[in-house]
Design a binder for this molecule. Structure first.
Ligand code: GTP
Ligand code: MG
Length: 337
């Protein structure tokens, strides 16, 4: 494999800021979507409270982490007091209760990897998946939402990267490419690594928020309103950052040895994580440590075929950003197999 040298950024990169910012503006959901989600959540809460008065409902995933696209489905977690509750039993009961209301396509999928109830609410037009006790997802959703409040460039970069990944067909874990969650973590890590840093490492600071989920400690500094000027010493524009992001993953990342870690705000070695060889289906060809579940590599879905696809897409994007006079057209050109 020929690894190209990192090349200096094109001189007119700031010319692209306007286009990237309008793309970002066009991708953020309208405020009334939030209101509709709330309305559906309230309806679900009303039903849940009758059967399980102690239970709570939380939104998680892109509908709550501030990296969601318009008209997305919502992900809801039903948090039960009893951590060892029989999830299938709860979901079947829940489906039964919700069926009786004016909700459509209510289905309990108890054999899925993450068992859920699916439904569609005709009043709001929103589809939703409800899982039970997936508390780590609720906590990592809060972590991403908190990072997003520190510097707007994270949200801008992540929307552009997600839009690129969806257009180019590399946001499909079923086909061995990466989840949206993984791409957002790559963006957080990238901004932690800029000099001066654009984002801090919240898990490396004083803990103002702490929960224990099963036996996993989740703790970090969550008073992010106190960090609003954190990235202001770094004046890099969105154009420069998009260029540098793709350039990094195309030509600078050491795929053979390195693990990206938002938890530590640094690079770890595969050696210290013991992620140097394939174990079961985990091949560790691109390594992204989950911020709380430390044994969890978000790159585990990537196989020897899809790693080539992903890296070639990073190289293609870097090349276009470097050379194309009007890069936005090719960069987001839908991939047709
Ligand atoms: P889109 O639906 O693509 O817009 O993004 P999303 O943010 O909903 O992301 P995704 O569907 O990838 O993940 C949903 C949520 O599941 C994430 O936000 C995490 O909170 C949680 N999650 C925890 N572990 C994993 C994991 O290994 N893979 C994925 N995909 N999600 C995880
Ligand atoms: Mg989702």
């Amino acid at each position: 494999r020929i690894v190209k040298r990192q090349i200096g950024c094109r001189r007119d990169i700031n010319r692209l800021n306007g286009q990237f910012l309008s793309l970002y503006e066009s991708l953020i959901p309208a405020e009334e979507e939030k209101a509709k989600q709330k309305q559906l959540l309230l309806l679900l809460e009303k039903h849940v409270a009758k059967e399980w008065p102690e239970a709570r409902l939380y939104l998680y995933g892109s509908c709550a982490n501030s990296f969601g696209f318009p008209r997305s489905d919502i992900d809801v977690c039903l948090a039960m007091e009893d951590a060892d509750v029989d999830k299938s039993e709860v979901l079947l009961k829940l489906a039964d209760i919700l069926q009786s209301d004016n909700l459509q396509n209510v289905q309990a999928l108890t054999r899925a990897r993450v068992p859920i109830v699916k439904l569609m609410d005709p009043a709001t037009g929103i589809s939703c998946d409800i899982c039970v006790n997936n508390i780590l997802a609720v906590v990592n959703t809060k972590l991403l939402r908190d990072y997003a409040q520190i510097d707007v460039r994270l949200r801008q970069l992540a929307f552009i990267v997600k839009h690129w990944a969806k257009s180019r067909g590399v946001n499909e874990t079923y086909h061995g490419t990466l989840s949206s969650y993984a791409y957002v973590l790559m963006c957080v890590h990238f901004l932690q690594q800029r000099r001066p840093a654009i984002l801090p490492c919240l898990q490396g600071m004083e803990n103002t928020y702490a929960v224990t989920v099963d036996s996993t400690e989740c703790a970090y500094f969550d008073q992010v309103e106190k960090l609003s000027g954190f990235g202001s010493h770094n004046r890099e524009s969105i154009g420069q950052l998009v260029w540098a992001f793709f350039n990094y993953w195309a030509y600078c990342h050491d795929y053979a040895n390195d693990v990206i870690s938002v938890r530590t705000g640094s690079m770890l070695s595969k050696h210290e994580k013991d992620w140097t060889r394939r174990v079961g289906n985990d091949r560790h060809l691109i390594c992204i440590e989950d911020p709380f579940e430390l044994s969890h590599d978000l790159g585990r879905v990537v196989d020897k075929f899809s790693i080539r696809v992903i890296r070639e897409e990073f190289e293609r994007a870097a090349e276009i950003l470097q050379c194309d006079p009007d890069p936005c057209v090719m960069l987001f050109k839908p991939y047709v197999p």
